[in-house]
Design a protein around this ligand. Structure first.
Ligand code: TRP
Length: 330
């Protein structure tokens, strides 16, 4: 069975964009593939978080993924730092990763510009650690966004380099695959911008209380309203309709679409309806997030089970790697 692996950077809470763009696809992947979903807490060290930051964000992500329906029995859901085998592979890969190629990675250059006082070696070797994450399970497919394409190319290059150097075919080539093609939906922001994103500050979070959701939706940017019948909608308005298509009933969407077309649409009505439908769609998830977050014992159990499954696969690969490189395996 093909192996799918996805790394999740622990950078805060899940929003509607994450949910409809990625998590719903994960729910399908866990049925169809041998899937590994892990929280990249080592990667997060490049920005020097505090111990509290780390603990809270790992706990948050675990609760939110579980609340969304990621099933720890079907997928291997684990925390990167629970699988020390990854670090040994990271070391071997680093021995054949060159300064020049690492320095040329766009995200490295960007981060170096953003944090000039903290251009650490972990930042430079971010792509090698990511390659180790992927190669340790000999993953075939990795769902990533466009921003990770260069890191994926590096992972393929490092795997290939190892194979060539040691005349082996140990590492399959990990293909990037697009969640958009797997039914993922791009969710627009509420500020008229193209995409809902944490850094854009235009998000509705899955844990947002209904009152917060209503406030955010009512504040969404609109314009003067439809002027001519059946006109094309400007992007900021189309965004609201896109959200509605995702969370509302088809007849609700059709109703407001008609109002737009005959120029009788009042944005206040549309927003009220949209807010209620978002509340309804997220209600059960919100409740489950709270339950999981409070249940430390269960979260520990899930993490432990994930670590065991991940380490089994990781140590099998590492054993091969050690033997191939020339180290004795006992
Ligand atoms: N770099 C990824 C991101 O920023 C996170 C990540 C770490 C990852 N290791 C991975 C993704 C391995 C896929 C596979 O989103």
């Amino acid at each position: 069975m093909e192996i799918v692996l996805s790394g999740i950077r622990p950078t805060g809470n899940l929003h509607l964009g994450n949910y409809y763009g990625a998590i719903t696809s994960f729910l399908k992947l866990q049925e169809e593939y041998k899937s590994y979903f892990f929280i990249a807490d080592w990667h997060s060290l490049t920005t020097h978080p505090t111990p509290e930051n780390i603990q809270n964000s790992v706990r948050t992500i675990l609760s939110e993924y579980l609340a969304c329906g990621v099933d720890p029995e079907k997928a291997t859901l684990y925390v990167q730092s629970h699988v020390p085998e990854v670090l040994e592979l990271y070391l071997y890969l680093n021995m054949n990763a060159y300064l020049g190629e690492l320095e040329r990675v766009t995200s490295f250059k960007e981060k170096a510009r953003k944090q000039p006082d903290n251009v650490n070696a972990g930042l430079l070797t971010y792509p090698t650690l990511m390659a180790a994450d992927i190669l340790i399970h000999r993953a075939n497919k990795v769902p990533v966004g466009k921003d990770q394409e260069q890191n994926m190319e590096m992972a393929r290059k490092f795997g290939r380099r190892f194979n060539t150097m040691y005349h082996t075919d140990l590492f399959p080539e990990p293909a990037s695959f697009s969640l958009a093609k797997e039914g993922g939906i791009k969710i627009p922001g509420l500020d008229g911008s193209g995409k809902m994103g944490k850094s854009e500050g235009n998000c509705i979070y899955l844990y947002d209380e209904p009152s917060v959701i209503r406030k955010k939706v009512m504040k969404a940017v609109t314009d003067a309203g439809p002027q001519t019948p059946n006109s094309q909608r400007p992007e900021i308005i189309e965004n609201l309709f896109t959200l509605m298509r995702v969370v509302s009933k088809p007849e609700t969407y059709a109703y407001f679409d008609e109002k737009w077309n005959d120029c009788t649409l009042r944005y206040g009505d549309l927003k009220k309806q949209l807010a209620e439908d978002i509340v309804l769609a997220t209600d059960p998830i919100r409740e489950r997030i709270k339950q999981f977050y409070a249940d430390t014992e269960y979260l520990d159990k899930v993490a432990k089970m994930g670590a065991e499954k991940a380490r089994e696969s990781a140590s099998a690969t590492l054993k091969e790697v050690r033997r191939i490189i020339g180290f004795k395996v006992y």
